[in-house]
Design a protein around this ligand. Structure first.
Ligand code: FMN
Length: 353
């Protein structure tokens, strides 16, 4: 069945993945400008949605406004009743609610393991619980319910879990086709054969996720897995224009993101904004000799104005690098005593050392 013909299911063709601290409203709005058809929020904690007003207010700010549609709110958790209660608070602000059985990253990885949610619900003994969550949600909510899985172990078991979730009411399934134990977390190729098998076995749409680095990967992934949706995480952080098959100027895209942050105050923390800008610049300039200096200065920025001043400096560094014969010349230029206005502004703010 095509995604378009299924009532209530948004277009799943080009999907921005849920990313803790990185799926903020300004980033969601940015990727939408560049042919991302559907955007997830970061994984939200039901208990905090229900009991922590500041947390709720922060994540509700701007959520589901007309420019932020279609959006999927992702919830984690292992208590069906609590997940449903939290989802009820959010369902008028989104187009679907997703359950996360795919969390395997840094610190939250330990949180997920300790609190027993995310990828730690993929073991067979927990399948009835995951089924119970999906079924409780699909019986109680007015919006479609969806689930995002990592590969089970053995990988072939993923099809059985996904079939059970389809019967429990999931309107589509996303498969991040790597296993939880994949050593370097999100590195390594995704097992697209498993995505293909899942598509053959399910009648609901399947979204393929994992290891897309370029537009060519998007096309190859779609062709190999038999068409349909592609979800991208890390690469969109560096290149938010991936789905438009464009590589943006890193300074321009940083400024565009910052402009959105100004238009939507208090929807992203300073740390989130710094991380986005670092990814944008890193994507194309991570090997430049000045990158570490930039990175250190970025962490010292305290305001959007500070970051914009730093971006002026980046433009100058990049210009020197492009004009210079070797990358080292850019460093030499930097040390030859030549002054420029942006540098003076930054030094007065103690952003450069
Ligand atoms: C910074 C970061 C935060 C993430 N947070 C979440 C999350 O909240 N929920 C989730 O299901 N997956 C999360 N993931 C996993 C991604 O959604 C995605 O499944 C994974 O990165 C693989 O896709 P990729 O290879 O395109 O990055 C996160 C990934 C990154 C890089």
């Amino acid at each position: 069945m095509s995604t378009e013909s299924r009532t209530g299911v948004p277009s799943l063709s080009n999907v921005a993945a849920p990313m803790v601290n990185q799926s903020d409203l300004p980033f969601r709005l940015l990727v939408r400008r560049y042919k991302t058809s559907l955007v997830y929020t970061q994984m939200l904690l039901p208990e905090k949605i229900l009991n922590d007003k500041d947390y709720l207010d922060f994540h509700l700010r701007g959520l589901g406004e007309p420019e932020d549609r279609p959006v999927v709110v992702q919830l984690c958790g292992n208590d069906p009743e609590m997940v449903v209660r939290a989802a009820r608070k959010l369902q008028t602000r989104c187009d679907a609610i997703g359950v996360c059985t795919d969390l395997n990253l840094g610190c939250p990885q330990e949180a997920a393991r300790d609190a027993h949610y995310g990828a730690y619900l993929l073991g067979q003994k927990d399948w009835p619980l995951v089924e119970g969550i999906v079924s409780a949600m699909s019986n109680s909510l007015t919006v479609p319910v969806t689930a995002k899985l990592r590969l089970c172990q053995p990988a072939s078991a993923s099809v059985h879990l996904a079939q059970r979730l389809e019967h429990a009411g999931a309107s589509w399934i996303t498969l991040h086709a790597r296993t939880v134990s994949a050593r370097r977390r999100r590195q390594g190729a995704a097992d697209l054969e498993q995505v293909k098998l899942l598509k053959e076995a399910l009648s609901v749409p399947v979204v393929s996720n994992g290891n897309v680095r370029t537009w060519a990967d998007v096309e190859q992934n779609r062709a190999y897995t038999g068409g349909g949706g592609i979800m991208v995480g890390e690469t969109l952080l560096g290149n938010p224009c991936l789905f438009a098959n464009t590589v943006p100027d890193p300074v321009s895209i940083s400024r565009e993101y910052i402009d959105i942050c100004r238009e939507r105050p208090d929807t992203a923390t300073m740390q989130t904004i710094q991380t986005h800008v670092r990814h944008f610049i890193d994507h194309q300039c991570g090997r430049r000799p000045w990158f570490n200096k930039f990175r250190a200065a970025l962490t010292r920025c305290q305001t959007l104005d500070n970051i914009e001043d730093l971006l002026k400096k980046v433009q100058i560094w990049r210009g020197r690098h492009v004009l210079s014969e070797s990358p080292n010349d850019a460093e030499k230029d930097d040390e030859d005593g030549t002054r420029d206005p942006a540098e003076e502004v930054l030094e007065s703010l103690s952003l450069l050392q």
